[in-house]
Design a protein around this ligand. Sequence first.
Ligand SMILES: O=C(O)C(=O)C[C@]1(C(=O)O)C=C[C@@H](O)C=C1
Length: 285
Amino acid sequence: MFVPTADTTDSVDSTATTADTASVDSIIANRPTLTVPSLVQIRDILAQLEAPIISALTERLQLATDSSLYSNNGAKLKAFLGAIELADGALGRYAYGKLEYPYVATALAPSPDKTSKSVTFPAGRFHQDSFTGNSNLTAFYLQTLVPLFNSTTAYYYHLDNSTVDPAAIFHADATLLQLLSHRAHIGKIVAETKFAGNVTGYTPLIQAGDDTSIRVLLTNTTQEAGVLAQASTAATSFSNAWVGSGALVSTQFASNLQNAAAKVFRELIDITTEIEIQYLLARFN
Ligand SMILES: O=C(O)C(=O)C[C@]1(C(=O)O)C=C[C@@H](O)C=C1
């Protein structure tokens, strides 16, 4: 039987005592030097995630849902996520530099880096900070996306005529949430590459803790419009492909997918931006 055990080689248990500080410091000191790609390359990486996100969203929209599955602020979904995150952590999903962060089993996240005389973080070198956007993503998922999951039919077929399959639903939720989280946390390397490209511009703002001016400096509304337009095109392609492939879908399927995709990518840009700001504020820690 597979019994997941947490891979703690690069994470720090939140219950760690000061007696563990020396080993935590040595984990941090021995981390690899990870250089971030250029902004052009990172935007390509972000673009590559659009199709999987719209695909996961399409599959999730087509599952019949019982809203009571998400009662108590998504307690059942969170319990499900926590269980699979233990298995994922044992497989190295949350290791340093993977840009993947747990929603529930947060002790598995890599501990933040510390700059020291022997371990410096020159511009362009990835620096692990402690912020994650996962609680924002969970709130968005439960409050905004789940109400859009209102299909009454599903592609799982049950001889007992039941349509709701809680395990299938939570697996689909987990896949989608992991993709959203990964996409948003690429904001950390976006921030590093922007910092490297304008050290003199960002440094005084970081030192002053001026999050408002940092936001202004890193926001690019033309790029945001391009991301939203591409998400809309991808949503149209996916709904056409499902219909063209013979899927039995409701008449509102295409517009539901468009609507959900627009909300997802607007939120992703906002959370990615917040992750960029928080990363920069911690850049000299
Ligand atoms: O491409 C960038 O410059 C980013 O910072 C990423 C991103 C996004 O999430 O796609 C976020 C904020 C910017 O305003 C534009 C786009």
